[in-house]
Design a protein around this ligand. Structure first.
Ligand code: NAD
Length: 488
């Protein structure tokens, strides 16, 4: 059984940690590899290598740095299917979903190729007589990304290409549940011939996270994961003087007004709820109908029942398993909790039998109706293929319900009324808003804007925010007087 290694200073080396975890295929429980739990000594080695690598990298002109990214784009495109297959094997999503996530990753590489322009400073001539003032952007130094399991390839790319283009060196800490994808990508990236120490990968879990948060040469931390850990990473990172951006969990509501197009809305909502088996931070979770809803509810039920669940590499499969057996139990427990609170099952996917994959962590698409708006299920991130359906009388009440929630990652509305859409856009408390859109995922040039407990920090991932995050501003005030000029 392969034991994964760390990539430090341009070499694959064994972790100094003896303990390992199993990387499992969620559709079969087959052991794919062993991943070291990692420790502070691994992080110290990576941090030192990255610190050395930074000295050369920051002195490399930005126009040269982005040449590596142009090559990276082609490398990822040429290996898209291979990377996607690895994503399917370790995360359980479908091949189409896995390819789609890598397309989003590549978009960020493309966008970061624009850093020579995005990193430009500002200049004011004559702020006083004979004095000019300007601002330049310089890299932070060593930065690191701590990633979640649900997008094994994409999420690191919300940060990595910008960090490198801006002149930082980097340490990747993939989720210990899905370490194979980034291991494969870093193996491919060896072909870029980056200077040693510029790119590093440390495998592991909590101990590695703590060491990254504590190590003095690490200046910036980008975290994506659950809110409890995001808050922990944000406060501990700040306590150690680091710049931190920490994206957390979500509970995304979608309002459907009676004037929405039923067929289109059904299709989009169903894809949003059940895509990636509901394990997306932008998965629609609570569907809130306003006013008349009978026809829409029937349409949701019909579409939910027809969604094929199975192994992500099999044809026609639209939804895979959830990540672990514990996740499956947790989701089932939450459904039971909703029933206990007074909800009703319209579609029950709790105990499916998927032929040939009896050991997989499968839950089939499930709809639970009429859970109490102030209950536990309505407030809890499920992270599984469960649609909670609630009915409310007015748009104002629906917006009040949304704004009462603790998360603020995404909120969507389906309507043909521009006025209601505009009111929603203005009043809904979420960082990513969808209007007749089911997954309001910002493209690479926009920030991934979570609010409330979905984000801790200031500057988000992607786009200009990433360039600001990975640079520090230096303001120079300069005086040159005529009187000092020597005659030649
Ligand atoms: P997680 O919080 O369990 O793990 C995320 C990372 O933190 C992993 O690398 C893990 O090794 C590390 N970690 C876990 N527990 C830790 C601890 N106690 N101390 C230190 N480090 C720890 O998240 P997950 O289950 O991998 O991912 C799912 C969560 O991520 C969901 O809540 C989802 O909404 C969220 N998510 C958010 C976004 C976003 O953009 N806001 C995107 C994707 C996923």
């Amino acid at each position: 059984m392969e034991k994964l290694k760390n990539y430090i200073n341009g070499q694959w080396i064994d972790s100094t940690s003896e303990s390992t975890l199993k990387v499992l295929n969620p559709a079969t429980q087959e052991v794919l590899a062993l991943v070291p739990e990692g420790n502070g000594a691994d992080v110290a080695l990576a941090a030192e290598a990255a610190h050395q690598g930074f000295q050369e990298w920051r002195a490399t002109p930005v126009s040269k740095r982005v040449q590596y990214l142009f090559k990276l784009k082609t490398l990822l495109e040429n290996n898209l299917d291979d990377i996607a297959r690895t994503i399917v094997l370790e995360s359980g999503k479908t091949f189409v979903e896995a390819k789609a996530e890598m397309v989003r990753a590549i978009e960020n590489v493309e966008n970061a190729c624009g850093v020579p322009t995005l990193i430009q400073g500002e200049f004011s001539e004559d702020i006083a007589k004979g004095i000019d003032e300007y601002m330049i952007r310089q890299p932070l130094g060593v930065c690191a990304c701590i990633a979640p399991f649900n997008f094994p390839g994409m999420i690191t790319f919300w940060f990595l290409p910008y960090a490198l283009a801006c002149g930082n060196s980097y340490i990747i800490k993939p989720s210990e549940k899905v370490p194979l994808t980034m291991t494969k990508i870093v193996t491919l990236m060896e072909q870029l011939d980056l200077p040693k120490g510029v790119l590093n990968l440390v495998q592991g879990g909590r101990e590695v996270v703590d060491a990254l948060l504590e190590h003095p040469v690490i200046k910036g931390i980008s975290f994506v994961g659950s809110s409890a850990v995001a808050k922990y990473v944000y406060s501990k990172g700040a306590a150690h003087g680091k710049r931190v951006q920490a994206q957390g969990g979500a509970k995304n509501p979608v309002i459907v007004l009676p004037d929405a197009d039923i067929d289109m809305t059904t299709q989009i909502v169903i894809d949003s709820v059940y895509g990636c088996a509901g394990q997306r931070c932008l998965a629609a979770s609570t569907i809130v109908t306003v006013g008349e809803h009978k026809e829409f509810t029937e349409s949701l039920v019909e579409s939910t029942k027809s969604r094929k669940t199975g192994f992500g590499l099999d044809s026609d499969v639209l939804m895979g398993p959830v990540i672990t057996a514990e996740s499956k139990n947790r989701v089932k427990h939450l459904i039971d909790k909703g029933l206990h609170e007074g909800g009703r099952l319209l579609v029950d996917g709790r105990d499916p039998r998927i032929e040939g994959y009896e050991n997989g962590n499968f839950i089939q698409p499930t709809i639970i109706e009429d859970i109490p708006l102030n209950g536990e299920l309505a407030a809890t991130e499920i992270f599984g293929p469960v649609l909670s359906l609630v009915h409310i009388n007015t748009v104002d009440e629906a917006i009040r319900f949304i704004n009462g929630g603790k998360y603020g990652n995404m909120a969507c509305i389906f309507t043909s009324s521009g006025l209601n859409a505009r009111k929603f856009r203005h009043e809904a408390e979420a960082g990513n808003i969808g209007i007749n859109i089911g997954v309001a995922a910002p493209v690479a040039q926009f920030p991934f804007s979570g609010w409330k407990e979905s984000f801790y920090g200031d500057l988000h991932g992607q786009g200009k925010h990433a360039v600001e995050f990975f640079t520090q501003t230096k303001v120079v005030i300069e005086r040159w007087l005529k009187e000092w000029t020597r005659k030649f």
